[in-house]
Design a protein around this ligand. Structure first.
Ligand code: AMP
Length: 419
């Protein structure tokens, strides 16, 4: 038996109501904050992610699905949404539109991770990007939008964690301080962090290893080492968050996994224990568009995992709206009536009523059994007598009562049931 590849899963019909609900709320919140939908290809030139996400990141080093196509092009399955959106922003000349340009996406992403609860190799994200403005009011708005999105879904007890990791002016000095701090204690670092100390020292701060965490707790704090511009930006962000009534915690260990972040980084975590508790996060990436070949363009964004949201809805026992099933089953008695049943079923669907019928030549009893198992409200039975008189037998499946009615009466009755 074949199985779906490790870290992927089928989204079965019973899971779909959660998806639909989350996607609808995402589209609603995007409209409220003025974001328009964009869809980018599922694969891009590998170079885009090397430059855009950063060659030293875990994603690029260990997690990307990369392949060469028959034309010898090096391609990568999209591991995240921001770099492709920025590529599209540049490719389609969106820098000439009024700024900021606000775009959102809902898409599948691919990372070769060790699969575990809440962490998959194919997963889905709702994300949005505001490109072309550096005002901290936009940082606050992006965070507010994420928060209000979760609130609109009914997810409660959320924690907002923020930090500022500075910019290309103040970060190098901070990284030096960080390296000096850690280099006196390298024997207590895990194997990965010893490499990170050279390649990507910021990531030492969010290592999950116990002894690395102990060291990180007393490490120099980026928000205490900001240049005056970054400090001002961070201070204004905090003021706006207070205005928006968003309670936040500052965590100097929050640095996020991707190289492109500058200044604001943030995560939202529901109140549960465990490494996979982050439901969404984002930050500012003022250098990314330039890195991809554009003019210096400030920007920021946010992304959240649909699977993790669905898990939170289930954990909180939050019910989601379900799509109503078919309303009516059309059964027949005899071959001539079968043709009439096919016709009636088609007529009903054209009039907007969800209708089913049984394939194959089945006895009336077998058809009624099938009708019962589908959960329809009504079954219509057509036999030779009904064809002659232009009527149908209507069976109410809840009361088992049956009556003879005209096709017109049937539509009126169904119209009332559909409301
Ligand atoms: P990131 O793009 O890594 O900042 O992740 C943003 C959000 O996407 C996370 O908070 C998760 O909700 C979700 N996410 C990231 N990676 C995965 C994964 N491998 N499996 C499931 N969800 C993920």
């Amino acid at each position: 038996m074949y199985q779906s590849p490790r870290g992927t899963s089928d989204i079965l019909p019973e899971e779909q109501p959660y998806r639909l609900y989350i996607e609808k709320k995402a589209a609603d919140i995007a409209r409220l904050y003025g974001y328009k939908r964009i869809d980018t290809p599922v694969f891009e030139d590998t170079e885009l992610f090397l430059r855009g996400v950063g060659g030293a990141t875990d994603i690029v080093q260990k997690e990307i699905y990369t392949f060469e196509d028959r034309g010898g092009n090096k391609l990568t399955l999209r591991p995240e949404g921001t770099a492709p959106v920025c590529r599209a922003y540049l490719e389609h000349g969106m820098q000439n539109l009024p700024q900021p340009v606000k775009l959102f996406y809902m898409e599948a992403n691919y990372r070769y991770e060790r699969p575990q609860s809440g962490r998959y190799r194919e997963f889905h994200q709702f994300g949005y990007e505001a490109i072309g403005d550096s005002d901290p009011v936009l940082d606050a708005e992006v965070i507010d939008m994420a928060w209000q999105f979760y609130v609109s879904l009914g997810i409660s007890q959320l924690h907002l964690i923020i930090n500022s990791i500075g910019c290309s002016h103040c970060r190098p000095q901070y990284l030096e301080k960080l390296k000096t701090y850690y280099s006196t204690d390298t024997q207590n670092l895990c194997k990965d962090c010893k490499i990170r100390l050279e390649k990507n020292p910021l990531r030492l701060l969010d290592c999950k290893n116990d002894s690395c965490r102990r060291l990180a707790a007393s490490a120099p704090k980026s928000y205490e080492e900001l240049c005056p511009e970054c400090a001002e930006h961070f201070s204004k962000l905090k003021t706006f968050l207070t205005v928006l009534n968003l309670p936040y915690e500052i965590d100097h260990c929050l640095v996020r996994g991707l190289d492109y972040y500058t200044r604001t980084v943030f995560e939202i975590q529901p109140e549960i224990e465990g490494a996979q508790s982050t439901i969404g996060g984002g930050g500012r990436y003022d250098g990314l568009i330039e890195e991809l070949g554009g003019k210096p363009t400030p920007a920021l964004g946010f992304a959240t995992g649909i699977e993790r949201i669905a898990a939170n809805l289930k954990r909180q026992n939050l019910s989601v709206p379900t799509t109503p099933g078919p309303l009516i089953f059309v059964a027949y008695l005899g071959e001539a009536a079968r043709e009439a049943a096919v016709n009636l079923c088609s007529q009903l669907r054209k009039s907007g009523f969800a209708a089913l019928q049984a394939p194959g030549s089945k006895s009336l009893k077998a058809q009624l059994r099938q009708a019962n198992s589908t959960g329809v409200r009504y079954t219509v039975i057509i036999g030779e007598e009904e064809i002659k008189t232009g009527t149908v037998q209507l069976r109410d499946m809840t009361t088992s009562q049956q009556e003879n009615i005209s096709a017109e009466q049937l539509k009126i009755l169904l119209g009332k049931s559909n409301q």
